[in-house]
Design a protein around this ligand. Structure first.
Ligand code: ADP
Ligand code: ASP
Ligand code: MG
Length: 457
């Protein structure tokens, strides 16, 4: 049994939904299909909510949202399922409109109202796709994807979700089974939550893992996982395969193909992932499994995370670097802030690490509290945070055996006039990462991609 996930890129238009219909109808009835909101809709839902909360005009956008869903239902939903689908979608559209009205009246947008608004995308797309695919059965993911609070984030309650998925899909023969990705429900309060932007991939992985699927298929709009973001690098190549670890590293350093938390549940069960193109379904795509083919492609790709903030601790702690390092790292982790690059210590008694810019204010507060005594006695002379940076990463199992690779990367950057502000400590053998100014990010990706994929390494 396979679990398939179709992203917004695949369910955006009448034309793309025809492809989805054809693909799913050609598969066994046991198939589980996870769908995202109509392409671009989640962004629209958020932008309209913000506008309404600021007293702006939201009704015209609401009308466009309604029309877009109605047009698809009119054109594609099977005749005998039209009334049922329309009534479900209209009831959600009504709730959405009333919620915008409320937001506009109170002039505020509390997080739980925003979560309710963004949930509408998948709550509408799932019944629509179920109405389009012959014989499909609809499942409400709010019933089985449960989250718990972790600091100010919602994270999946793995054990509860696992059991609920097994119960929900105990009768697989009567499918195909369609459900919405991304959306979830708080296990304690019952409020609607979500798994984070791009989270439909994660819903599909949780289902695949709980049902011991043979394969998780991520259907999108490119022929597979590529050596770089094709919107930046025009001659990026499609990779035939990569290991779980390589995909995890690439995605956590910004490759948008898969939402990073997705990989762990399937990796843990050794369920391979295939990335496939809805618009070119016969292309082989990329197979992600426990096998690494470092021979053909020792390096798998170059990627970047923008909105990086570099935190630098300076002082007179030459003897205690490791200790200061661990304390800083732990204090941030205790507050739900993850560090994605630990830099090599600098010459001037300082060490740095990269975090997401969205964690900047909280990180500054946490570190100033943690090191208050050292800041007073002078062991630490400063904690500085620099924004508008980008973390660039090169990933490949083959990097482990390449000699002098750090030097070659450094020289390439230098030749292109790029000066990294920090380089990774080597915390992973499969990744080299470094921080540059955000304005240099694209040039850094181009030059490093050129080094590995246009010349012989
Ligand atoms: P979906 O709506 O299917 O979830 P996403 O937009 O989340 O699609 O992800 C697919 C997009 O990711 C592609 O259209 C491509 O532009 C972009 N992308 C970024 N990096 C890569 C990469 N390394 N390989 C393939 N696609 C990439
Ligand atoms: N619709 C959600 C988003 O745009 C989830 C997803 O597409 O995976 O982030
Ligand atoms: Mg996606």
């Amino acid at each position: 049994m396979n679990v398939l996930k179709f992203g917004g890129t695949s369910v955006g238009t009448v034309e793309s939904l025809r492809h989805v219909k054809q693909i799913v109808e050609s598969l066994p009835r046991e198939t589980v299909v996870v769908v995202s909101a109509l392409g671009g809709l989640t962004d629209t839902l958020i932008a309209t909510a913000l506008k309404a909360s600021e007293g702006g005009e939201w009704r015209a956008e609401m009308d466009r949202i309604s029309k877009r869903h109605h047009d698809i239902i009119d054109t594609l939903v099977e005749e005998e399922r039209k009334t049922e689908t329309l009534s479900k979608v209209d009831s959600l559209l009504g709730e959405l409109s009333r919620t915008y009205e409320g937001v506009s009246l109170i002039g505020d947008l509390p997080q739980k109202i925003l979560d309710l608004i963004v949930s509408m995308g998948e709550r509408m797309s799932a019944p629509i796709v179920a109405g389009i695919v012959k014989g499909a059965r609809l499942h409400d993911s709010l019933e089985f994807i449960k989250t718990e609070k972790w600091f100010d984030k919602n994270i999946a309650d793995g054990a509860l979700t696992h059991d609920l998925i097994q119960k929900e899909f105990s009768c697989l023969g009567d499918g195909p089974h369609i459900t919405g990705g991304f959306i979830s429900q708080d296990r304690d309060s019952g409020e609607i939550t979500n798994l984070g932007r791009g989270g439909s991939d994660y819903t599909a992985a949780l289902i695949a893992a709980a049902l011991d699927a043979e394969m998780l298929e991520i259907w999108t709009d490119v022929d597979g996982f590529m050596t770089a973001d094709p919107r930046i690098i025009k001659d990026a190549k499609v990779l035939p395969s990569m290991s779980f670890v390589e995909s995890m590293e690439l995605c956590s350093f910004g490759a948008k193909v898969i939402y990073p938390p997705t990989i762990y549940p399937v990796f843990h069960k050794n369920i391979p992932i295939r990335i496939l193109n809805t618009f070119n379904p016969t292309a082989k795509g990329t197979l992600i499994s426990d096998v690494s083919d470092s021979y053909e492609y020792p390096v798998k790709g170059v990627t970047a995370i923008n909105k990086t903030c570099l935190v630098c601790l300076s002082g007179n702690f030459t003897e205690n670097v490791a200790q200061v390092n661990t304390r800083a790292y732990n204090a941030l982790a205790r507050n739900g802030i993850s560090v994605f690059l630990l830099a090599q210590p600098g010459e001037n008694h300082e060490f740095s690490f990269a975090i997401s810019s969205s964690d900047r204010i909280q990180a500054s507060k946490v570190l100033n509290e943690e090191f208050a005594p050292e800041l007073i006695d002078g062991m630490l002379t400063g904690i500085t945070l620099t924004d508008s940076l980008s973390t660039v990463a090169v990933v490949g199992e083959g990097l482990k055996v390449m000699k002098g690779i750090n030097g070659r990367v450094a020289n390439t950057l230098k030749r292109n006039g790029i000066n990294p502000l920090a380089c990774s400590e080597g915390n992973s053998e499969t990744t080299i990462s470094f921080v540059v100014e955000e304005k240099d990010s694209v040039r850094a990706i181009e030059s490093i991609h050129g080094l590995f994929f246009r010349t012989n390494v």
